[in-house]
Write a protein that binds this ligand. Sequence first.
Ligand SMILES: Nc1ncnc2c1ncn2[C@@H]1O[C@H](COP(=O)(O)OP(=O)(O)OP(=O)(O)O)[C@@H](O)[C@H]1O
Ligand SMILES: [Mg+2]
Length: 303
Amino acid sequence: MEYVVTTRELTRVFGSFVAVNKISMNIKQGEIYGFLGPNGSGKSTTIRMLCGILEPTSGSGTVLGYDLAREAEKIKRKIGYMSQKFSLYDDLTVYENLDFYAGVYDIPRRERKTRIPEMIEMAMLKGREDEMAVNLSSGWKQRLALGCAIISRPSILFLDEPTSGISPTSRRQFFKIIQKMAVEGTTVMVTTHFMDEAEHCYRIAFIAEGNLIADDTPENLKNNVIQGCLAEVSLPDALYKVDDLEKLPYVKECSIHGPLLHVLLESQSRIEELDRYTGVKARIIKPSLEDVFIFLAKQKKGG
Ligand SMILES: Nc1ncnc2c1ncn2[C@@H]1O[C@H](COP(=O)(O)OP(=O)(O)OP(=O)(O)O)[C@@H](O)[C@H]1O
Ligand SMILES: [Mg+2]
């Protein structure tokens, strides 16, 4: 199997702080690879190394067969990248922004005549070609930024939180475009804090404090990561019960999900004890991705 991204013990240190610690991963062509983890866990730093923008401190890696340390310039020209703080030119129109990025990638004038309208179509911005970028809503801006990032038709695309700050409808539209690209063969690595988007990834890597602590399909993560029996409990003032429940010897952890509590028990045999303690009947549930991530993030913190 050919991988389009491989890393071995990829590491980045800032001063004495290890932001990314010996990450090894492989991404297949045409895969949507989700990159998840708490704030400050090293997602953007990893992506910036993969894009050839930030030099690794140690370890190695390749993107599209190019070496991260020695061929960063080639990588930069071959990939598409939408950074967490992507930049559009506010005082340029939709069309002019796309034309500008086409220039950055040296796309010949002739080709731009077809590519720019293609991007406008993809980004659902038809009829808005002459609008100033500054006047677009954030969902439209995000799609325009995506258009700018893929105007060179890259075979791999790195998206760093592309859907933060936009409405659920816009997020869904954005993700549909990504899914379509993946089906057509583009590899997409995307960071997100949204579980519904994570569900759409073919594979998910979870990073905490710079360490890669899980890397699997969403289904396998839900089935295999959490050790124990997860129960859902409905209690009044649930928020104030979390600490007490976590102190019970047979409770591994407890988290709040809307008005409900998710209680992770050592084993299913403890459910009656829990029912006696709370005075209500708990329901055994299958872990969601969110449960998995809370579990992983807490585990890391606990040591
Ligand atoms: N240029 C830098 N100099 C010093 N520290 C940095 C630099 N860039 C990142 N860091 C630190 O490295 C850690 C990881 O940052 P990074 O931006 O990769 O996290 P992230 O997972 O993308 O977080 P978020 O979800 O908030 O975007 C943070 O503690 C950050 O402060
Ligand atoms: Mg980030």
